[in-house]
Ligand binder design. Sequence first.
Ligand SMILES: Cc1cc2nc3c(=O)[nH]c(=O)nc-3n(C[C@H](O)[C@H](O)[C@H](O)COP(=O)(O)O)c2cc1C
Ligand code: SF4
Length: 534
Amino acid sequence: MKKRTLAALAPTAALAGMALQDLLQKEHALRHNFPVIARMRYLLESIGPELRQYIITSNDSERPFSRDQRRWVYTSAKKENNYFSFGTDNDTETAAYPIIKQATFSDVVPASPIHGRDIEVPGAKVLGGPRGRRHAFRPASVVNVSAMSFGSLSPQAIEAINKGAKIADFWHNTGEGGLSDHHRQGGDLVYQIGTGYFGCRDEHGNFDLDRLVDVVGSGPVRAIEIKLSQGAKPGLGGHLPGAKVNAEIARIRGVEQGKDVASPSRHTAFRDVDEMLDLVERIADATGLPVGIKSAVGELDFWQTLADRMDDDGQRGVDFITIDGGEGGTGAAPLVFADHVSFPFRMGFARVYGLFAERGLTDRVTWIGSAKLGLPANAIVAFALGVDLINVAREAMFAIGCIQAQKCHTDRCPTGVATQNEWLARGLDPEQKSHRLANYVMTLRRDLLKVSEAAGVRHPAMLSPKHVEILDGDRGHRPLADVYGYQEWWGTPGPEIVDEIDAYMRRYDDLPGTHEVVEHEPLKVAAEPNQATE
Ligand SMILES: Cc1cc2nc3c(=O)[nH]c(=O)nc-3n(C[C@H](O)[C@H](O)[C@H](O)COP(=O)(O)O)c2cc1C
Ligand code: SF4
């Protein structure tokens, strides 16, 4: 009897042991938040390729990010083997598909045959340089983390991103929710001003320049981004339910605790391009920082007027323009906005860039792109179209644990990334995930450099439309320049900027190991090579 009782208790004890182990480990937020149950996910994930072979979906059919794309981010973040074998499983001839053209001969020496992750790939342009801002600077990284506010992301996620920014030397955009203590982990910041002016508003919700000066002076803020719109919900204000407005969020945003916070759909501090440019100059004068705008692309009147004004007077101008694609992400948005309002990145970017290129103004602006650009091929096309830097949001979320459960709007994010629920957020270990994010960004930078070198240039900003063709889905192909109506010289910075960045990157030409075959540490192979989970 006693033996039987013991035997009956054994499975319970084993489960309790597993649960304890899951609760105490720090590597997987999912296992911490859903002890034992989460293991099923890992099991299914590990036999996923075999299952999918016969019954379920393909590696490329999931959206917004395919299994292959997520697997690439997860394995890069864990410094595991992020290679794929047996050739592409994409249907390259029957979908609109970018092809990057490698150079057979080139005098570009690869930065290193083994391509360490720690190669620096700084921005090609000095941010704020053309307008002589007091704190103009060269961005240390061509890859940076896009705006995601504290409120939409958990405190732990914000800490992980900011620590990652310090490790891999990229910047971390605060998003429109203000600057919290979680942002102060040593990483550089870009402060975003949204229509709610959180963190820089007076008691009536109006923009307050003095408060802005105070808040940006209180942290390592390198630049200021005025958000006009974002791709997933352009022209729509934000809404943070009162339940999420805890004391900390209320203090940081300058709003009342427990009350719903609605941010208007448009700015009240300016009503047209002239007023916007005046404000840009006032902010830049008061802070000394480069000031730019972020927007998705809809009607073109705004951009035409902006380019005209910058062309006319030369006394006012934005230091950078971040173009977000309609396919961009958000914490929450109505379906029609996410699906149908504003152009996808490439189309939107090309239209705006073209307006500035026609007026010879592209070198006066640092061009930043976002919307699924945290994947090497997408990023390369963006660089070929003329971006100088890319911002990544959801890909950074993958690196810190997101599994694309798409519950960000419910406050029940299972991995603790996009929630204010303390239990769920506690499963995310900021220290460990910061290294994963840093690994991912460094891997992406390295891949961008590798592809640039393969195409015969030393830096991604030197890629031009001539390096890319688009297969048109009907066994035809068109040069990138034709698809987006680019003229001969569009897509790269002017010769002075190119020479400067080329000279900078040449310093890697003579690094040890550049010219000879060297022994190097083998790639760490994942315990489960096909595992695509956080
Ligand atoms: C959870 C979440 C919160 C976001 N919050 C902001 C924000 O506060 N301000 C903003 O301009 N964009 C915000 N975005 C949009 C991103 O900054 C980015 O422009 C967009 O997701 C495209 O980049 P991606 O494809 O790399 O995700 C948010 C996106 C996500 C996923
Ligand atoms: S795991 Fe799901 S809910 Fe959490 S951040 Fe990712 S998509 Fe959003």
